[in-house]
Design a protein around this ligand. Sequence first.
Ligand SMILES: C[S@@+](CC[C@H](N)C(=O)[O-])C[C@H]1O[C@@H](n2cnc3c(N)ncnc32)[C@H](O)[C@@H]1O
Length: 703
Amino acid sequence: MQLTPAILEPPVVLSNDPPPPPALAEGLRRHQDGQLEGAERIYRNFLRDNPEHPQALAFMGTLAAQQGNFQVATELLSKAIQRNPALADPRYCRGRILAIHGQLSQAVTPFSFATALGHPKAGEELESLLTQLGPQDRVQSYRIRANSHYSRNQLELALQCIRDAIRTNPEDISNWLIFTQFLAHIRFTRRVEPDLLADIRDAFEIKELDHKHIAGAAISALMHGDSIATLRTAFAQDGDPIDYLRRGLAEGALRPLTEDSLFRKILERSLVNSPEFEHLLTGLRTAILLEYIGNTDHQPKLLGLISSLSQQCFLNEYIWTTTAEEGEVVRQLVGEIKGLAENNKPVPAATLAIVGAYQPLHRLPCAMWLQTQAWPEALAGTIRLQLDEPLQEQRLRTQIPSVLPVADDESEQLRLQYEESPYPRWINLPIQGDTISLEKYISRIFPTLTEAERRQPDNPQILVAGCGTGLAPNHLAQHIKNASVVALDLSLNSLAYAQRKSCELSLDNVEYMQGDILNLGMLGRQFDHINCYGVLHHLKDIQKAWRALADCLTPNGTMQIGIYGEIAQRPLEHARLFIDQGSYGSSLDDIRKCRQDMIAQKDDTLILRLTESPSFFNMSDFRDLIFHYKKRFVTMVQLRNMIAELGLQFIGFQHSDPSINQRYLHRFPQDTAMCSLELWEQFEAEHPETFSSFYNFWVRKPN
Ligand SMILES: C[S@@+](CC[C@H](N)C(=O)[O-])C[C@H]1O[C@@H](n2cnc3c(N)ncnc32)[C@H](O)[C@@H]1O
């Protein structure tokens, strides 16, 4: 089919595009004037010397399409897009060609990109196209535009597009997933419109989402709203903020806050991850404790709020600072609760909730009795979190077999630490899509592996060594088809937490066992895949532990390792020095004090950066980050030597930021499989921020 130039318009250069070099610009001028032959001559000459020039390829592609050479046009336009994905016009032209050929669904993608990239005509074309297509194409279009805006840091536009996708199909969880991924990077700096607030609130209701990703955005939205006004004023006025808040509580001035469901959801389902908000809430907790102690008339009105605070404090493992006065009042209240329990008398719900905001209720000697009592609905979340679940864990703990002995003193120290602070405390296991075979799982992460290298059995045996509280075993058991997972750890409390989560997720393919990696040989089992993340650097002899793992890997088996990298850990050295100089011990009180002192370091940018890290806001994370008993770091050279010595094959790093691989390939195009550790070493030296504290990589045991 021969098309006239009127059907396909000449190219345009948008304001964000690079200006074409003069020779090419002359070709474009002729092209836009309708002098196609003259334009073609200039383009061909230009391309002879600059065969990869994206705009020249795009102009020539459009010209070929106008001449009816659609196949050539498509090749040239695709090449242009590949060379410069930010060019809108070749995408628009691709969309036009597809639409002209009646491939309407396929035209959605290029038109959507072109629209997001600001092409003046693409939006209108896209809309008219979408009116002829189904809702799934519309959702797809919104998603493409959302991701395109996001990749160019246009966060508001990205949010708007993904919310349009949600609106079109609210049942599709993947839209919500993208929404939360965006929110993780957004902090609102002004009042947030009510519809967006409602979407954020709704996201907290979806259990497949990782709510901790939403917390930062949700808190920043709340901080610009009205419900928080009294709390903010308390700390901004000249008088004592606690007195101010106590008056506010008595006069009902905090009612808007108690009735703000977003506020309550943040506390109940995520971690408060803003030092400023933490400061306000710590004050609120003090005011509630002091104002309401013994004041039973007022307590029911605030029960829901106290319960939410209590849940948050349990989730952050009581990392917020407390005063001696508060400690004394809480001791009195605990005494009261014990006395009432001994006499089988009802405990006021608010008293229990307030105590739960300072210490975990399951540690009270009367915890089992408390669990049998009837409590108001407003306290249900606290009872579940602080009594039902931990008491279930205590029962599960007794059923977990101890199969491998603790190898030495150092392992025993580690066991004690993780018995006290099981790591990490997680709430939701975010969904990852469908169940897939291990082979597919591997090839999605490492598409360049050969078929033989990625081959795995249909019913893979998987070991998670040092599984902690079970994020990895539960993820793998849920996500890998026909997987049987063994989850091993030194800490029974961590294992019990993990097993409770498996029960919650109805997973029956995880076998939990206590034991030391160093004694893995005694198990006499072989595994097709091993996950050992965040564990090896805790051990005195990393290579010995790694060998124990490698020995129980089947030929062609794969292993994912997460280990602290020396360069990536350097920023934390400053924090460790701060701890040494401040002579903080490792008690919970010392850790709390250290955190407060860190928050007060307004001029120390490295410490300030740490106070913004997600690991700063709960005890086990924070402890694991910088208060660890003993930690070693490896360099890339050491890694390379260890892998060689173990006879393993390095198959690649797994980055959470996909742009790292793109940048690496740009720097070292010769390493298409991206598995040269020598080149990665060079890359890291040039970009020390590449690995965020961990080297997260996979190795394979050759056949
Ligand atoms: C930082 S946590 C990591 C937990 C989990 N892999 C994750 O990434 O969520 C380290 C875990 O390794 C466990 N661990 C340390 N040394 C171990 C050993 N020798 N054998 C088994 N588990 C060990 C600890 O008990 C702790 O639960």
